[in-house]
Design a protein around this ligand. Structure first.
Ligand code: MRU
Length: 340
């Protein structure tokens, strides 16, 4: 299984080692991020991405800042500011700030081992992913009275987006392992093509039959009855179950609702932000307009045209059939609020 992110040390010092997701699947190259600047830049460019992987990046980022601060003689204020830069490098996935704050709390106590805490985040994420994948597969198989199942997924939620195994992708993998998955429709996931480049790469490695479709095909695929359920990951889940995920997710949810098929959100509890009562309080990252206006490095729009590039949308909880975490499935339409 590919490792999206891990801690690494050699004669040149410590590093956060990531696989560069901006160039996959054409090039498999690992980057050793040795400074806070390099880590923050990698997060902003989506070289490391996906909410749970960002949780690990936040945790390891604190350790990296600590080590760099010691080597360069930073003041306490400077170290605090650099840690804050890591925590806020992207705004929507709550895991990033959650991971950074969790390890920073150990640093502030002064007695704990920050690296051990960061490793714990990674280990717990893998365990959570495996647990929620089993629970998600059980729930789907119980709800849908046919085998094998045909699925639709959006964005990338596999090992690349986590510390190992995957969330929504983990559910697909679990179904596949049980011989209960026939086929997956993968949304390309405009504008950065996490579906085309990353999910299909992981599915191919795992031998799971699939096709990639344009995002605009998803609702029609669902309404034509080509899939039995849709499953996505999450970047932040509010207390009432409203879920922020990659832009395009809400269109999938609307179509699934209309078609009467299950729409499952799969995420570890670290993605739940119980401090937010509802999804309208979730900050949505706005990215560079040129990600939308250009394709493969070529400008597609006429000169002067402006782009609109929200990276995420919020699916209201009443469109979500189930949210599966490592603690099992919550059905937001039945149990409200979902995460009090
Ligand atoms: O912008 P990205 O690629 O970081 O967005 C990722 C997603 O939206 C994923 O679906 C989400 O983080 C869950 S990853 C298990």
């Amino acid at each position: 299984m590919v490792k999206a992110i891990e801690w690494f040390e050699d004669a040149d010092g410590p590093a956060v080692r990531i696989i560069d997701q901006t160039v996959l699947p054409a090039i498999e190259v690992y980057l050793d991020l040795r400074t806070v600047d390099q880590l923050v830049d990698a997060i902003a460019r989506l070289a490391v991405r996906g909410a749970p992987a960002l949780g690990a990046a936040g945790g390891y980022g604190v350790v990296l800042a600590e080590r760099q601060g010691t080597a360069e003689g930073w003041s306490a204020d400077r170290l605090d500011a650099e840690i804050e830069r890591v925590a806020l490098a992207r705004p929507t996935a709550v895991n990033l700030a959650w991971g950074a704050r969790r390890v920073d709390a150990v640093r502030r106590e002064g007695s704990g081992d920050t690296l051990a805490e960061a490793h714990r985040i990674a280990e717990q994420d893998e365990a959570a992913n495996r647990d929620l994948s089993r629970a998600g597969a059980d729930w789907l198989l119980e709800r849908i009275g046919k085998r094998p199942l045909r699925a639709l997924t959006h964005c990338n939620t596999g090992a690349l987006a986590t510390t190992a195994w995957g969330t929504a992708y983990g559910v697909l993998k679990e179904l596949h392992a049980r011989g209960a998955l026939e086929f997956v429709y993968v949304d390309e996931t405009r504008p950065l093509l996490q579906g085309t480049r990353l999910t299909s790469w992981e599915l191919a490695k795992d031998g799971i039959p699939h096709v990639v479709e344009v995002d605009g095909a998803a609702s029609s695929t669902i309404l034509r009855g080509l899939v039995d359920f849709a499953v996505i990951g999450a970047d932040r889940i509010a207390a009432n179950g409203d879920t922020a995920n990659k832009i395009g997710s809400v269109a999938v949810a609307l179509a699934a609702h209309r078609a009467g098929i299950p729409f499952l959100v799969a995420a570890p509890l670290s993605t739940v932000d119980a401090t937010l009562a509802s999804g309208d309080l979730i900050e949505i990252e706005e990215r560079d307009e040129n990600e939308v206006l250009a394709f493969g490095g070529t400008q597609m729009s006429a000169p002067g045209v402006r782009g609109f590039n929200p990276a995420f949308d919020v699916t209201p909880h009443d469109l979500i059939s189930g949210i599966v975490t490592e603690h099992g499935v919550v059905e937001p339409t039945v149990t409200q609020p979902a995460f009090a």
